[in-house]
Design a protein around this ligand. Structure first.
Ligand code: 3PY
Ligand code: MG
Length: 265
């Protein structure tokens, strides 16, 4: 059951949870929540190859989209994430057509790319009995998202989107703000950056490819959806834990207000 590509191509807007803590029970909880997908973060999160391998299972079992963000330049890991059962891979800092081509090559079987055969765990956790059918359909059903998060990437966005095997783009607004301000600021909500965010979603749409974005403030998801973004990463597990504990403690310390904050039993 791999349907992330189908859902995005049909125009749905999807919300992915973002797992930074490489904890199987936390990933399992996120997969059982209302999210459409769970992304395992190897770039800034604590996931390594073993945790990605193990944590993709509860995501697939819950019928949710399984996504992995690889570290910068780790195209070998892109192929491995697919072999372990990821449906989509997000590659950070894709700043040139060449970066995009190398990433796409790792993601796609010939003739599009040079992915090597060995998706044994993917076949197992997705209940795919027919390896030949998987091989023939994998290029369509797995998604390569190139991260656009620098001025350099924006300046060659059309070229990146034109690379065969790049299925979509994904914006990292924090890095984008650092690049945008020449190292002067880090602020995913930087006002000056907003037209660039609009441009990325619009150009991707023009090319018929889905775009995604990391949403630091969940209240902004509607604004990004209106720009055309379809895959929204709603902050991360650490932020949810911090927000939940802060709200719970504030309610508890506020006396009666505590009664509205719990409810977990
Ligand atoms: C960024 O905002 O730079 C990101 O990569 C979000 O994860
Ligand atoms: Mg980034």
């Amino acid at each position: 059951m791999m349907k992330l590509a189908e859902r995005l191509r049909s125009g749905e807007t999807l919300m992915t949870a973002w797992s930074s803590m490489a904890s199987l029970p936390v990933v399992d909880s996120l997969a059982r929540s209302g999210f459409d997908a769970v992304t395992l973060d190897m770039q800034h999160g604590a996931h390594d190859e073993a945790s990605v391998h193990d944590c993709l299972q509860p995501v697939a079992m819950a019928g949710k989209g399984a996504v992995v963000r690889i570290p910068v330049g780790r195209n070998d890991m892109a192929s491995r994430a697919l072999d372990f059962g990821a449906e989509a891979v997000i590659a950070p800092m894709i700043n040139s057509r060449e970066d995009a081509k190398r990433f796409a090559a790792a993601m796609k079987y010939p003739p599009l790319g040079e992915r090597s055969w060995g998706p044994f765990r993917a076949l197992q956790i997705h209940g795919e009995g027919d390896a030949k059918a998987y091989m023939r359909s994998a290029n369509d059903r797995t998604l390569a998202f190139a991260m656009i998060e620098t001025r350099a990437a924006l300046s060659v966005l059309a070229d990146i989107l034109d690379v065969k095997g790049i299925d979509g783009v994904f914006v990292g607004p924090s890095d984008f703000s650092i690049s945008w301000s020449g190292g002067g600021d880090v602020d995913p909500h930087l006002n000056d950056l907003q037209p660039a965010l609009e441009e990325v979603a619009a150009k991707a749409r023009e090319k018929g490819k889905p775009s995604g974005i990391f949403v630091f403030d969940p209240a902004r998801a509607g604004t990004y959806a209106a720009m055309g973004y379809q895959l929204m990463a709603i902050t991360n597990d650490v932020a949810f834990l911090n927000a939940g504990t802060a709200a719970g403690l504030a309610a508890a310390r506020g006396g009666d207000a505590g009664r509205s904050a719990g409810g977990g039993y």
